[in-house]
Design a protein around this ligand. Structure first.
Ligand code: 5GP
Ligand code: MN
Length: 344
């Protein structure tokens, strides 16, 4: 049964996290340590730096312990530099027998990509989204953590692994991409300590932060088209842009590295909510960012999606114009909750 937007808004969002974080990690560590069968790692659809970074760090650490690990994932082009050949596999139709499924950075089960959820002997769920519905045999959900990769760092420390640059680099990637390279409000002293540890394990920090900004030339062509659509509705409190299928066709067959476009329009002066609308086969995918206390999470929950308080997403089963209207309605509601008023 699916959860209604109301249920989710009222019951399912718990941004407080675990009271027994260390115990949860111990349970997970024990399960992973004793597991002799295959381990399949999956993350969320449209994987980002945290989805890939946390998964790859865990995979490499478990393999160094002699485990058999499969990671079915199709990452965005700009993150491919992190990978060695054959580290990722194609999507699995079924899970191998006696497998443990490790689900990382996935807010709800329906957003798992790469393998089915059913058929695992055990499931672990490690995540930092308050909207996570706490599925799995051992779930550890900690919204105070900036990235799932930060939780993987804690888990691997709990397992007392031997750190190498190979494991630390993807782990640090997850933290850097989910904190806007240590600029967002989730950059706590705890995060900086974790980053210091990871750099200490031999990551080439300057090289990594440089490479994370490299983009294919087509990225800039698409960015130009998307930026030409920017508008500032609701009295300039919102910045909004769109990425249409026609733009993609004009660029030609090319990967879409547009994940950070919404991050660029959030800095328009006076803006409280930034929204990127992406047209996808009759549906519209929304990426929403907000300035606290205005909640992108509340806006996206009202639209059937989820995420973090200030960075969230949803998919609306409608074309761009209708999706735009629905997104603006939900955004207006959220802004009104925070005392903003609009003329009728
Ligand atoms: P993005 O805008 O980068 O796609 O997503 C921002 C955050 O919201 C990410 O943490 C992502 O996992 C989450 N998110 C994006 N779309 C959805 C959605 O449709 N449902 C849920 N539950 N979370 C989403
Ligand atoms: Mn994340």
């Amino acid at each position: 049964m699916s959860i209604s937007a109301n249920d989710r808004a009222n019951n399912r969002v718990d941004n407080r996290g675990e009271t027994d974080y260390a115990d949860k990690l111990q349970q997970m560590a024990a399960l992973l340590r004793e597991w002799s069968g295959p381990i399949v790692i999956v993350a969320h659809v449209d994987p980002d730096g945290d989805a890939l970074g946390s998964s790859l760090a865990l995979k490499r650490a478990l393999e160094a312990m002699g485990k058999t690990v499969v990671l079915p994932m199709d990452p965005p082009r700009f993150l491919e530099f992190l990978l060695r050949e054959d580290e990722l596999s194609d999507p699995l139709d079924t899970l191998p027998e006696h497998c443990l499924l490790a689900v990382l950075d996935v807010a709800d089960r329906s957003r798992i990509a790469g393998a089915p959820y059913d058929g695992a002997e055990r499931v672990i769920n490690l995540d930092h989204h308050g909207t996570n519905d706490r599925f799995g045999d051992v779930s550890c959900v900690e919204p105070s953590k900036a990235a799932t990769a930060q939780m993987v760092k804690d888990l691997l420390d709990t397992m007392d692994i031997s750190w190498s640059p190979d494991i630390a680099t993807p782990c640090l990637t997850g933290i850097l991409t989910d904190t806007g390279t240590l600029r967002f409000s989730n950059t706590t002293p705890d995060v900086l300590q974790t980053v210091a540890d990871l750099i200490g394990y031999g990551v080439d920090y300057a090289e990594l932060t440089d490479r994370l900004q490299w983009r294919h030339p087509d990225y800039y062509k698409l960015l130009g088209k998307v930026m030409s659509t920017v508008e500032f509705p609701l009295g300039g409190l919102v910045s909004m842009a769109r990425l249409t299928e026609q733009m993609r066709e004009e660029i030609g067959p090319s990967d879409d590295d547009s994940d950070d476009f919404v991050g660029l329009i959030r800095y328009a002066e006076g803006v409280q909510v930034a929204i990127l609308l992406k047209e996808r086969g009759g549906k519209t995918k929304l990426s929403v960012r907000s300035r606290a206390p205005v909640s992108a999470q509340a806006i996206c929950l009202a639209l059937g999606g989820g995420g973090h308080v200030v960075a969230a997403g949803a998919t609306i089963e409608a074309g761009l114009e209708k999706a735009r209207d629905e997104a603006l309605k939900a955004t207006r509601n959220e802004l009104e909750k925070h005392g903003y008023t609009f003329e009728a």
